[in-house]
Design a binder for this molecule. Structure first.
Ligand SMILES: *C/C=C(C)/C=C/C=C(C)/C=C/C1=C(C)CCCC1(C)C
Length: 248
């Protein structure tokens, strides 16, 4: 009972803490998306169920991390300076679990056209390189954040190339129809939606040559918006693909 009360107790959130607000809303949105995707799963043809399940897991893993990040932020929030600590560790644990799962989604929808596991592992490897170098720049070697950001950006660039023009693209064209259009939409998410993250990184790693390029945006708000768009958006694209191909 005590444990339950501890779990349910909440710290007060100041009404002008807009960063905390986005953590809170992000958490709710991820939970809602997970429930929606989990429950829709069995109404689809078997071949789409794994894809829907993975989408639900992505938002579920994020919901759990947002629960902790929200708490961490509120716990460190200082009403006088109107600032809290970024939950960098939880953020990157979330990403290192969910971004590779997004790579798995590309593989799963292209399996109908004969996608090989090697394509999936290549994307997963690139995403891990992208995230590990980003974490080093944000948390370990801040003074060289520009260099780590550049390395991370290079891995990101290769991912974008692979899915837009590389082997994944060829498979999508072979599959055609609703798979091709879902692939295209996911490609746009990676090109535009994922580009939100380097902006957050630039806003968060101060004292670099690029620090004056961005207006006073908050890193966590940018990341939270990016996560909501990309994780829930990805899920809806997969959901839509399952609906489209079940209607045939
Ligand atoms: C659900 C979480 C997602 C889709 C997270 C994606 C994260 C990125 C695409 C991060 C990319 C970064 C760069 C391209 C350079 C600067 C460092 C990062 C890690 C923020």
């Amino acid at each position: 009972m005590n444990l339950l009360m501890n779990f349910l107790s909440v710290a007060k959130m100041p009404t002008d803490d807009y960063v905390g607000f986005t953590f809170f809303v992000g958490c709710m949105a991820m939970m809602a998306a997970s429930v929606f995707l989990f429950f829709s799963m069995n109404s689809f043809d078997k071949k789409w169920r794994t894809s829907i399940l993975i989408s639900a897991l992505i938002t579920f893993i994020a919901a759990v991390h947002y629960w902790y990040m929200r708490d961490y932020w509120i716990g460190t929030y200082d009403v006088a300076t109107k600032a809290g600590d970024s939950p960098t560790f939880f953020r990157y644990v979330d990403w290192i679990l969910t971004v590779p799962l997004m790579c798995v989604e590309f593989y799963l929808i292209l399996k109908v056209a004969g996608a090989k596991k090697s394509m999936m592992w290549r994307l997963i490897f690139l995403s891990v390189v992208m995230l590990v170098t980003g974490y080093i720049g944000e948390a370990i070697d801040q003074s060289n954040a520009w260099l780590w950001g550049l390395l991370s950006g290079a891995a990101y660039f290769v991912i974008v190339y692979d899915i837009w023009l590389g082997s994944a693209k060829k498979l999508a064209v072979e599959a055609g129809g609703s798979v091709l259009s879902a692939h295209k939409t996911l490609c746009w998410f990676v090109l535009v939606g994922w580009a939100i993250y380097p902006l957050g990184y630039m806003a968060g790693t101060s004292g670099q040559w690029y620090s004056d390029l961005l207006p006073n945006l908050d890193m966590d708000v940018i990341y939270n918006i990016g996560d909501a768009i990309n994780k829930i958006g990805f899920g809806l694209v997969i959901y839509n693909l399952a609906v489209q191909s079940s209607n045939k």
